[in-house]
Design a protein around this ligand. Structure first.
Ligand SMILES: N=c1c2ncn([C@@H]3O[C@H](COP(=O)(O)OP(=O)(O)OP(=O)(O)O)[C@@H](O)[C@H]3O)c2ncn1[C@@H]1O[C@H](COP(=O)(O)O)[C@@H](O)[C@H]1O
Length: 107
């Protein structure tokens, strides 16, 4: 078990994106702009998909971690908060719940 959260990582990314620390990968990537950040996200998504297709479980864990990190970078560079994404997921869950209820109790 870990006390890691995506919210903490998103906060760290927001801070590091604007840092001038030369050791920060996030800062370097952020300076390259939204198109480069999006390109990296696409590459990581493909690498994760390949690991899944190959049944490479350990590889998939690593690629999924890269993918989530790069997704959070793209959200940050695009001015979209993780909370907005969670709200959207929550809204869908609510909708699904209502649909299931309606299916169980047709009028
Ligand atoms: N979770 C990550 C994380 N996941 C992946 N990566 C980086 O993403 C890059 C992806 O690897 P690639 O080989 O595709 O890319 P590359 O050839 O190194 O770089 P490019 O020139 O292609 O961009 C690697 O350099 C990884 O270090 C990450 N870099 C940083 N974090 C976390 O982000 C936070 C801030 O990090 P810094 O900005 O480095 O301080 C810290 O908590 C880190 O743990």
């Amino acid at each position: 078990m870990t006390d890691f959260t995506l919210e903490d990582l998103a906060d760290t990314i927001a801070l590091r994106a604007r840092s001038e620390d030369p050791s920060s990968y996030t800062a370097k990537l952020f300076r390259k702009g939204p198109a480069k950040c999006a390109q990296k996200l696409g590459e990581e998504a493909v690498e994760a998909a390949i690991a899944a297709v190959q049944g490479d479980r350990a590889g998939l864990v690593g690629e999924a971690a890269d993918l989530l990190y790069h997704l959070l970078v793209v959200l940050e560079v695009s001015g979209v908060s993780l909370d907005e994404v969670k709200q959207e997921l929550g809204r869908r869950t609510q909708q699904t719940g209502l649909e299931e209820k309606a299916a169980r109790n047709p009028a």
